[in-house]
Design a protein around this ligand. Sequence first.
Ligand SMILES: [Mg+2]
Length: 356
Amino acid sequence: MKITNIDYWKEDMKLTRPYAVTYVMHDSVQNIFVRIDGSNGLYGLGAGSPSKFVTGELIDENCKDRLSELEENIVGTDIEGFRKTIANLAQIYVDKPALLAALDMALHDLFCKTFGISMGKYLGIRLQPLPTSITIGLKNVQETIDEGLEYKDRDFKVIKLKIGASIEEDIERSIKLREAIGPEMLIRVDANQGYNVSTFQQYIQATKEANIEFYEQPMTPALTLDMLLLTDQQRTLCAADESLHKLGDALDLVALNRPFGIFNIKLMKCGGSSEAIRIADVAHARNIQLMWGCMDESVISISASLNTALACHATRYLDLDGSLDLASDVAKGGFKLAEGILYPLPDIPGLGVSLL
Ligand SMILES: [Mg+2]
């Protein structure tokens, strides 16, 4: 079955809840979208969230220029050989992981639709559905508590608290949040590289009563060797985010003495499900647990992340809340959210999403 057409465009999507990450406010987000049509009348969808700071790529100013390049490489290829097409695209878009991720998922979507199976069935989902965390950004103590209580009311089971701007405030927010929401919800934290060995250990000691589940990226990638100064137990509870983009980073990390016990895989960092599964295999072989993260993303890419996550043995944690704060999206479906748990859609072909 031949691919007959491709569309590529970008959309500005407003956020219902503007947030700050290390002092920069975000109130809308631009995603790119891909639609690939087959001669059988079916289409596959992909979405990407390029970001200079996270994926290292700028969003295309002129989607038309990129489109002609995509047409050249994709239109006319056979969907049955989609893995070869993805491998070719991975050579071309080495430095454009979010674009590559969008193409990877659109090809998976069309391939799976063509054969009438969900992406989860194709990849081999082997895990039960898991809860997703929902993020509280860098806010003051009262706003942190208010948002935590709101998420408790909405039946979320896990909060991811952004910290790393001020050690004193981080400690206070963590303890007060725990006091407010009670003992049952999990709290994991993301320091976004804000600490060094000494401030990170200070934070761990001071927040024992807050019962923090684990710690994402306490220090910058430049301080990876300093991570080895932490205890084994502390490192086991640290997740690599900014330190882990692609397969090569995973190999570099496992060559060291386990600076991180958890890898945070994001399709936008690594270039899509194909590369994500390779990273997941390395983690599994070295007894490293996986979390799956995202940016502000359409349900299209959240579905691809969820289906890939649940197909990997080492997956323990989901942080796939990226579509929940979008005021508008171009597609619907992809998963069901109930009591904070994300359920894939195993009976709908492909990613289980359709254009609105
Ligand atoms: Mg992070």
